[in-house]
Design a protein around this ligand. Structure first.
Ligand code: NCD
Length: 315
């Protein structure tokens, strides 16, 4: 075991062997899932709590399915974010969960850093299922698994991440993972949707699809995250689609066999056209969902192993 941590809070800081180990294990779970066999004894007697302070369809369901396939008792808690004093509420919740002796805690929160705070307060292994605009590590792992299975590698591939990079924890986790594994990462968006100092993350920044997509192996589209925008950062959805929405015409700028990804939920006609999203030859969107279950099984499996199996100092 080279995975160095008790928790999975971020991709940033993980070394290639730890990432590769999670992907290799996830690969074996893909085969197991496809064969219809499950390993219901691995997490038998363990409790997994899904603590979601933000909406989610695929991530929550996928963690639930992953936990159940491994035999854990799974409890879903959806919590409203309307409380005034969020810090205190979160710590109260941590104390409650700790008293329940849960083993694995999957957290989604609108505040960046909330899972890190919980990890300091609970005995359970904490998995970040998306925190604010910070990270969404299991999404990056499932995206990497999808790419690696299709292309046989991550190293040397040119991957274009397009759209609302500024608000996207998916983009941030993917940038960390893909650059760590040797991919060439580009981000494409209007200047209002690119974080300051994006280049420091090791990516090339483009403001138009034609030059940004030229020679890309993978085109990863992102949702316009209106709920995280304090003011309107794009003129209109229609205008946005004209310049940055992926349709067949813009996809033609990329490599002829370039593949299309999207973490979901999609805004069809805003960042992506149905013609591309639903094209079985080019779109990996459904496969990403399948890989999501396998990756989460690999993460739950890894984090539930006894501490003696971890190798410290790999970071
Ligand atoms: C993403 C998220 O919640 O960060 N969705 C997901 O987990 N598949 C992306 C998004 O909300 O646009």
């Amino acid at each position: 075991m080279v995975y160095p941590e008790r928790h999975l809070l971020a991709i940033e800081g993980l070394h290639p062997p730890a990432i590769a180990q999670l992907l290799d294990l996830a690969d074996s779970y893909v085969l197991l899932n496809r064969s219809g066999k499950t390993q219901r004894d691995l997490l038998r007697g363990k409790t997994l709590i899904n603590l979601f302070y933000e909406d989610s369809t695929r991530t929550r369901t996928s963690f639930e399915l992953a936990g159940k396939r491994l035999g854990a008792d799974v409890i879903n808690m959806s919590v409203s974010t309307s409380s005034v004093n969020k810090g205190e509420t979160l710590l109260d919740t941590a104390a409650t969960l700790n008293a329940m002796h849960c083993d694995l805690l999957v957290v989604r929160h609108d505040q960046s850093g909330a899972p890190n705070l919980l990890a300091q307060k609970v005995d359970a292994a904490v998995i970040n299922a998306g925190d604010g605009t910070h990270e969404h590590p299991t999404q990056a792992l499932l995206d990497a698994l999808t790419i690696r299975r299709r292309r046989g590698r991550l190293e040397g591939l040119t991957i274009a991440i397009c759209g609302d990079v500024l608000h996207s924890r998916v983009a941030r986790s993917n940038i960390h993972l893909l650059t760590t594994m040797g991919s060439r990462v580009r981000v494409i968006a209007p200047p209002t949707l690119i974080p300051a100092q994006a280049e420091e993350l090791g990516v090339k920044v483009f403001h138009d699809m034609r030059s940004g997509l030229a020679g890309a192996d993978i085109v990863m589209m992102l949702r316009l995250q209106k709920e995280r925008m304090a003011q309107s950062l794009v003129p209109s959805a229609r205008e946005y689609f004209r310049f940055f929405g992926l349709d067949a015409e813009k996809l033609a700028y990329a490599k002829p066999d370039a593949l299309v990804m999207h973490p979901g939920p999609m805004n069809r006609g805003v960042e992506i056209d149905s013609e591309v999203a639903d094209d079985p030859e080019r779109s990996l969107i459904r496969e990403q969902v399948e890989m999501g279950v396998a990756v989460r099984m690999a993460v739950l499996d890894t984090l539930s192993r006894p501490a003696a199996e971890w190798a410290p100092n790999v970071r």
